[in-house]
Ligand binder design. Structure first.
Ligand SMILES: O=P(O)(O)O[C@@H]1C[C@H](O)[C@@H](CO)O1
Ligand SMILES: Nc1nc2[nH]cnc2c(=O)[nH]1
Length: 294
């Protein structure tokens, strides 16, 4: 039987605008920061003050989450003095969404006035010095789907969002990364936090032994099924990006008896999500608050 990739879901500027306008009518909050919560990492959104919760099913043009550990709602509120919008649940291409649907919220956030994107994910550790439960500050990525043609910037370029040819050598903001590293030192958690390269694959399969080895050879420290596409679109609309991976499992690169699974990913999240939340809060507490937020 022939199989086909999902048909490209073209979204017009007017679609993004309509969604942003509708969200703007649901709350007076105008966040400058968006946080995408990875698998099992939605707890951060519970910590916001003055919460306004909007289920994805109510939002015009929004996709729906289908993965365990991804709740499917936007939460507006304040965290450490910053007005934020949190995605409690993200979209993945392995769910059948195409790259434009997966990244749809990022452009909507930019139209809402968001200037900084914080991305989090659950990822498999490839770097042999990483342990389960460690945090990786993302310093760069390998956008494997994008490199082989599944890039959300393919197709006609809309100059209202950004330029045709985007440079991604500076995708992860150096100043935010430095602030994150300072916070790590301040919190005394250096032993379990590393900087590294995140590789996005499409999933939903976890890596074969040969694939795990190949990704390590490519220079990846951790591998997951999200994030890079969102970051590309965020950079295209000029957002600053800070990224975190929670290492939920070690990618199997030798022992055939070990098997990665989503339950193990969620257990590791459950055990260590609070550390990641504490780090994100610590970083936000040190970031100057936009005067318009006060
Ligand atoms: O949404 P993220 O990237 O955190 O989720 C990861 C990748 C898959 O969705 C899932 C695999 O266990 O966790
Ligand atoms: N591709 C991939 N994604 C993950 N997400 C969490 N763990 C993993 C993993 O081992 N591989």
């Amino acid at each position: 039987m022939a199989t086909t990739a999902p048909a490209a879901h073209r979204c017009s500027y007017e679609d993004y605008e309509a969604t942003a306008k509708w969200l703007g009518s649901q709350t007076e909050q105008r966040p400058k920061m968006a946080i995408i919560c990875g698998s099992g990492l939605g707890g951060l959104a519970e910590q916001l003050e003055n919460r306004v919760v909007i289920p994805y099913r109510d939002i015009p043009n929004f996709p729906q989450t289908t993965v365990v550990g991804h709740q499917g709602q936007l939460v507006f509120g304040t965290l450490e003095g910053h007005q934020c919008v949190c995605m409690q649940g993200r979209f993945h291409t392995y769910e059948g969404y195409d790259v434009n649907q997966v990244t749809y919220p990022v452009r909507v956030f930019s139209l809402l006035g968001v200037r900084t994107l914080v991305v989090t994910n659950a990822a498999g550790g490839l770097n042999s010095s990483f342990s389960v439960g460690d945090i990786m500050l993302i310093k760069d990525h390998i956008n494997l789907p994008g490199l082989v043609g599944n890039n959300p910037l393919c197709g006609p370029n809309d100059d209202r969002f950004g330029e045709r040819f985007l440079c991604t050598s500076d995708a992860y903001d150096c100043d935010l990364l430095a602030l994150a590293q300072q916070t790590v030192e301040k919190q005394g958690i250096r032993a379990s936090v590393h900087q590294g390269v995140y590789c996005m694959v499409s999933g939903p399969t976890y890596e074969s032994i040969a694939e795990g080895r190949a990704l390590r050879t490519l220079g990846a420290d951790a591998v997951g099924m999200s994030t890079a596409l969102e970051v590309v679109v965020a950079r295209h609309c000029g957002l600053r990006v800070l990224g975190f991976s929670l290492i939920t499992n070690k990618v199997v690169t030798d022992d055939r008896t070990l098997k990665a699974n989503h339950a193990e990913v969620l257990v590791a999240d459950n055990n260590r999500a609070q550390d990641l939340q504490g780090l994100v809060r610590g970083i936000l507490a040190q970031m100057s608050v936009d005067p318009e937020d006060l």
